[in-house]
Design a protein around this ligand. Sequence first.
Ligand code: AMP
Length: 218
Amino acid sequence: MRLVFLGAPGVGKGTQADRVTAQFGWPKISTGDLLREAVKNQTALGIEAKKSMDAGKLVPDAVVIGMVRDKLADPSCQAGFVLDGFPRTVPQAEELSAILKDKGLKLDRVINFRVSRTDVVKRLSGRRSCPKCQSVFHIDFAAPKVSGQCDRCGAALVQRSDDKPETIEARLKVYDEQTAPLIAYYQAKNALSDLDGSGDMGLVYGRLSTVLVGLGAK
Ligand code: AMP
């Protein structure tokens, strides 16, 4: 199944995408993770992208489109994929459908995660991430077993530089202005399912898997 997870930063798209990958096997393609990897490796692209990321802005469409095009060419994406955090602009969405059309494919569904603004800010400000294996925790809602340490690989957890309060505000503004228009865009194509993203991860996953099974996921 070919899926897009849409929603503001902090709605839990990435966490839910990981669970879908674990259950159904379709790889998660997270442009945010790919960009953070490039930043970590200090590639030319990473050094350039970091400036936009730290300011809470989007990196240029051409950069992320190139990354997604490369990933979609990978044989591991043949049976399906979950796009997490892409597309984030209408030009990205149009490019995605062009890439898929070239392969004779189309998206099965866009899942629009809905969470109140207050909850999104709480989730983002308490989020702690593992710089090594990308696992994500939350100081209140999904605390690691040992404070400040990744359960999976033991590395010291960090707060993402763009999860600081001033950057959170900028990212939400960018979401409202540039990404939220994709809701109407995909609705007009009858491709969107709204999903209540409130409550704990297990509860949200229960709702999500009901939707996916309803769409024929096995
Ligand atoms: P995320 O982990 O999805 O919240 O992404 C972190 C940051 O990476 C965003 O705030 C953007 O600066 C950048 N980014 C991720 N995905 C995209 C995208 N599809 N288009 C532009 N910038 C992106």
